[in-house]
Design a protein around this ligand. Structure first.
Ligand code: NAI
Length: 364
């Protein structure tokens, strides 16, 4: 039987834990803030070691989504959900879990809208959509599809802005760029950078993926555990969060960290440490906002149009240049400047949703 219980969490709008022991189902939904609109964020399916780790991840990611949406003024709040998977997680179990999760999602009546994340795909969103309308980024017509091509493009524009700020030129020819993680975002970024003439270095814990992307781009490869000490100009983290931490910070040899992963800093102080070391950090929730910008476009009164999304994603370049300039003039870390900007927009309700979203009904 499905049980849904609220976990009172200071600073958060709503946090739910849902369990169905008979089907080995355990999930958390964290809604951080709905000041600017209903919350939107990915559904992550991941083999967390324990439920505390899963909840912590959902809370951190939901807060980052609030900041991300505030910065891009998309009229959405921040939320995230996680399902704990396990070893031998079959496609059949995943489908069953998605169907159970859809009921949890439906119970929130549109305060949280799910999209894909690590471990889920646009096809999985179709499974949810049969049971509840509170889903975005589907592969069907009128929906915005896989967000990762917009995320990857936004990361490329963010790398351009970072290079422009650091070297007075966004030309990436011959620049040594190291990508960690070659999934939906990282593999597309590798392709874009290949055509820009970058000298690529790649890593992934999945050897097949690593080999394929290295073959396609003529890149060098490194072992995943050596990621922090790779000799490169730009490090683009595109796998899990927390890669900038107390252990790795002294090993980095790059001049720029600019990649798609969420929550790259293990703690806020590390942003200051990067600045002290002369490493330019492109705040994660700005550089990787292409996906949310595209998904949010589904709710435009005039309907979704990819060209509009592309133009908005291109603005990541200008936003980052502004953040870098403010970081220099105010002597603050780029991560601190980005947080302050997002908090200002939240406080003054800049970009708040004007037209309510009409979700329609479940498709089944
Ligand atoms: P994905 O699951 O498609 O790809 C992740 C890749 O990283 C996989 O190839 C995996 O094998 C690899 N990986 C995992 N741990 C690793 C490690 N320790 N070292 C090296 N490689 C490792 O995920 P996706 O969608 O590409 O997302 C990547 C990151 O970007 C995540 O942090 C995600 O939250 C973030 N993000 C993704 C967006 C999207 O549109 N897909 C939007 C915004 C952020």
């Amino acid at each position: 039987m499905l049980t849904i219980k609220k976990i009172p969490t200071p600073g958060y709008h709503t946090v739910l834990e849902a369990t169905d022991p008979e089907h080995n189902f355990h999930c958390f939904v964290a809604i951080h803030d709905c000041t600017l609109g209903p919350s939107l964020g990915g559904l992550r399916i991941y083999p967390y070691e324990n439920k505390e780790d899963a909840l912590k991840d959902a809370l951190r990611l939901a807060k980052a989504m609030t900041y991300k949406s505030a910065i891009c003024e998309d009229g959405l709040g921040g939320g995230k959900s996680v399902i704990i998977s396990h070893k031998d997680y079959s496609e059949a179990t995943k489908e069953l879990h998605l169907q159970i999760f859809a009921r949890v999602l439906d119970s929130l009546k549109g305060q949280y809208i799910a999209a894909e994340d690590i471990g889920t795909s646009p096809e999985d969103m179709e499974v949810l959509r049969k049971i509840t309308p509170y889903v975005a980024a589907l592969c069907s017509e009128h929906s915005s599809g896989d967000p990762s091509r917009f995320t990857a493009w936004g990361v490329l524009r963010g790398i351009h802005a970072s290079a422009q700020h650091m070297w007075d030129s966004s030309d990436l020819r011959g620049k040594k760029i190291f990508i960690q993680g070659l999934g939906h975002v990282g593999a597309k970024l590798a392709q874009f950078l290949f055509w820009e003439g970058a000298d690529l270095i790649l890593t992934d814990t999945n050897p097949t993926r690593l080999h394929r992307e290295a073959m396609l781009t003529g890149a060098k490869t490194v072992a995943p555990e050596d990621f922090a000490s790779v000799d490169c100009d730009i490090f683009a983290p595109c796998a899990m969060g927390g890669v900038i931490n107390e252990e790795t910070i002294d090993k980095f040899q790059c001049k720029i960290i600019a990649g798609g992963a969420n929550n790259q800093l293990a703690n806020g102080e590390l942003g200051n440490e990067l600045k002290k070391r002369g490493i330019l950090y492109a705040p994660d929730f700005i550089i990787n906002s292409g996906g949310i910008i595209n998904a949010a476009a589904e709710f435009n009164p005039g309907g979704y149009h990819p060209v509009e999304s592309r133009e908005r994603v291109n603005k990541i370049y200008d936003t980052l240049l502004e953040v870098f300039a403010m970081s220099e003039s105010e002597g603050k870390a780029t991560s601190v400047v980005a947080d302050t900007l997002a908090e200002y927009k939240l406080k003054h309700e800049i970009g708040k949703r004007v037209h309510p979203i009409h979700f329609g009904v479940a498709l089944q």
